[in-house]
Design a protein around this ligand. Structure first.
Ligand SMILES: Nc1ncnc2c1ncn2[C@@H]1O[C@H](COP(=O)(O)OP(=O)(O)O)[C@@H](O)[C@H]1O
Ligand SMILES: [Mg+2]
Length: 443
């Protein structure tokens, strides 16, 4: 056979459509399909016999003779024997500059009545791991505009930080505050809202974030009533969007609100596929996917940094929650919001004592370290004597207790900040330095 005909033959093979399959079972949220050569993550179209359209589904499991598919919408209209047309590719996300200022669903389709979004590129949503040697060290501070964070718990450009809190303690308000002020013209915010109620989403976009915040942001939404696969996809789409801007040399601030609800979606998918449940019903794939998302953020050579603030729901002091535990281990720091502070109208309700930044030593000067140490000392003295102070068991002779109280009030004056106000990190450090505790200057 001549070389030309061999070449032609191989070309034909490439263009040959993959073999068509059939649906053989529908169980709960999954479809069993007989179709040769499917791969995990492959997108298939399921043709509906009664309507002139198809349902998009993803291959989520492979058994001996069958594949398990999960449709992106309700399986209404799918019958036994429905035709399965494999697409030979995994899911892609729409990405591009035109998405700035827009609110989209998990597929990058606009949901904000501002018309179609164009032009766009298509990017694969699953990526191989990043070569560790292409990472750059975290050595520049990422300015959040919040005094308590910038002065006491500095976040580095490219750092991955958890925002641990219960519901209604101020996570969304804090995230949006950081998105609003854009002094770094290179900065782009990618905000993904997973598993919230529709009302909360509208409130977040229109009121909490507002037009100023939205201008430099892409908001990706998958509400609670959407199927688990779509809720998980919203996060993958956000990752692809963040990587697109990072490759455009923009510094990205990625907020995932919340990682817990993303983990819930992954658990639902894992259980539907038949993975054995472990603690609290989470399947083992959850704990391999969470780090893979975190690892796609960071500081890189030759492209913009992806700084991530990932919210994690912690109800009560449930430290045994496996998602909380696993994220605490893989993140480079955590900011903890305390309900007791929020109840006292102390906002942002950041607990300095419970929060940790693993970059603290690298990002602070000796002077700042000593200022933060004094502040922490005041806060922990207050904590130690909380019962006496808050229950009014104070006697006038206990002047050192009075001193603890007044120092604490000075600290709170610095730590609290009105919603929607911005303080530069230089000013935050300066005002921390100027605090006067126990009659002696901190500086
Ligand atoms: N910095 C703040 N200043 C004043 N009030 C705040 C602040 N942050 C949160 N709140 C109050 O707490 C409520 C819940 O905040 P939100 O950010 O929606 O919490 P979460 O996202 O944790 O559920 C807000 O509606 C607001 O009343
Ligand atoms: Mg919220």
């Amino acid at each position: 056979m001549s070389l030309i005909s061999l070449y032609k033959q191989s070309l034909e093979k490439v263009n040959e459509p993959k073999a068509i399959g059939r649906v053989t079972q529908v169980i709960g949220l999954t479809l069993e399909v007989v179709c040769p050569d499917l791969f995990i993550g492959e997108i298939c179209h399921i043709e509906l016999t009664t309507q002139d359209r198809y349902v998009v589904a993803e291959v989520v499991g492979l058994k001996k003779e069958t594949a398990i598919l999960m449709p992106f919408e309700k399986a209404v209209g799918i019958t036994l024997g429905s035709k399965v047309v494999p697409q030979g590719r995994s899911a892609q996300a729409k990405v591009g500059q035109a998405f700035l200022g827009r609110v989209v669903n998990a597929f990058g389709e606009p949901i904000d009545d501002k018309g179609p979004i164009a032009p766009y590129d298509l990017a694969p949503i699953h990526k191989p791991a990043i070569n560790p040697l292409s990472r750059a060290p975290v050595d520049t501070q990422f300015s959040t505009g919040l005094k308590v964070v910038d002065a006491c718990l500095p976040i580095g450009q490219g750092q991955r930080v958890g925002l641990f809190a219960g519901s209604g303690v101020g996570k969304s308000s804090l995230l949006s505050g950081i998105c609003k002020y854009n002094l770094d013209q290179q900065k782009v915010n990618i905000i993904v809202l997973v598993g919230e109620r529709g009302r909360e989403v509208a409130e977040f976009v229109h009121e909490t974030l507002g037009p100023d915040g939205l201008k430099h942001s892409v908001v990706i939404v998958a509400t609670a009533e959407e199927p688990a696969l779509i809720r998980a996809h919203a996060v993958y789409t956000a990752m692809a969007m963040a990587e697109f801007f990072s490759h455009q040399q923009r510094n990205v601030f990625l907020s995932i609100d919340s990682m817990t609800r993303f983990a819930f979606a992954l658990r639902e998918i894992g259980l539907a596929v038949g993975e054995p449940p472990t603690v609290k019903g989470y399947t083992s794939s959850v704990f391999s996917i969470l780090p893979s998302i975190v690892e796609r953020c960071g500081n890189f050579q030759n492209r913009g940094a992806i700084t991530a603030l990932l919210s994690v729901l912690v109800e009560g002091d449930d430290l045994n929650d496996p998602v909380v535990d696993s994220l605490r281990a893989i993140l480079d720091g955590h900011v903890v919001l305390d309900r007791a502070l929020a109840e006292k109208n102390h906002y942002p309700a950041v607990s300095v004592l419970k929060s940790v930044s693993r970059m603290f030593n690298r990002l602070t000067t000796a002077e700042q370290k000593s200022d933060v140490k004094s502040l922490r000392h005041v806060l922990s003295l207050y904590d130690d004597n909380k019962m006496i102070l808050e229950l009014g068991m104070l006697e006038s002779s206990q002047s050192h207790i009075e001193q603890i109280k007044s120092d604490y009030q000075v600290a709170c004056g610095f730590l609290q900040q009105d919603l929607g106000t911005y303080v530069s990190s230089a000013d935050a450090k300066l005002s921390l330095n100027k605090l006067k505790f126990g009659g002696a200057s901190n500086g």
